[in-house]
Design a protein around this ligand. Structure first.
Ligand code: CA
Length: 225
């Protein structure tokens, strides 16, 4: 099990290589994109846990990429740029970036920032975590889900699917990603399995009065409050 998938968007190969090396040593799987358009494609295809985003990029600059990501994704973003001015820092944070690292950077510092941002924004890795949302309580250790204080019966896969999405709110996952996360990579089933489980979960969560499991047309599903 790797520590997570990091997408590095950077047109300078040396920077990409150094950052990849240090992140891989820490157990991350690293994928990279060399321009803004490729970055947006990779976000859809790889669904990274965090994006390291350079600003001066071919085709689409980092600001545009950041803005476009934020229209449909809450994936953490660390801006990586030679521009260290206060203006850029503020703009980055306004566009929804989570942190800002200026070049030249220390690779160790970058790794530390990545870990810190993942800790802040990612799902808690504590197996005894209790997720609480309006009308909905998910006790991951006890495998117990309550709707308005009353326990509802879920199958193991329904439970896993709900925990996977509910611990990563606002992040969009496609059916293949949900299949591999919940059913495992070996599962050779149909992606419609995901749809039927989502449908059943929606019925079971109806008592919350919320539509937590949202369909994102053309992409997949997300959990949203
Ligand atoms: Ca650049």
């Amino acid at each position: 099990m790797h520590a997570g998938v990091i997408l590095i968007v950077e047109d300078e190969q040396t920077v990409r290589d150094v950052a990849s090396l240090y992140l891989q040593k820490e157990g991350f799987r690293v994928v990279s994109a060399v321009d803004g358009e490729e970055a947006l494609e990779m976000i859809r295809s790889e669904n990274p846990d965090l994006v390291i985003l350079d600003i001066m990029l071919p085709k689409k600059d980092g600001w545009t990429v950041c803005r476009e990501i934020r229209q449909y994704q809450s994936v953490p973003i660390i801006i990586l740029s030679a521009k260290g001015e206060e203006y850029d820092r503020v703009l980055g944070l306004e566009l929804g970036a989570d942190d800002y690292v200026t070049k030249p950077f220390s690779p160790r510092e970058l790794v530390a920032r990545v870990k810190a941002v993942l800790r802040r924004s990612g799902p808690a890795t504590d197996p005894g975590q209790v997720l609480r949302y309006p009308g909905l309580t998910i006790d991951t250790a006890a495998h117990r889900v309550e709707v308005n204080g009353r326990e509802i019966p879920l199958t193991p896969k329904e439970f896993e699917l709900l925990v996977f999405l509910a611990s990563r709110p606002r992040r969009v996952f496609n059916r293949e990603q949900l299949l591999s996360a919940v059913w495992g990579y070996e599962f050779s089933g149909d992606t419609r399995t995901v749809d039927t489980h989502i449908k059943r979960l929606r019925e079971k969560l109806r008592g919350t009065g919320q539509s937590y499991l949202k369909t994102v047309w053309g992409l997949g599903y997300k959990f949203e409050v």
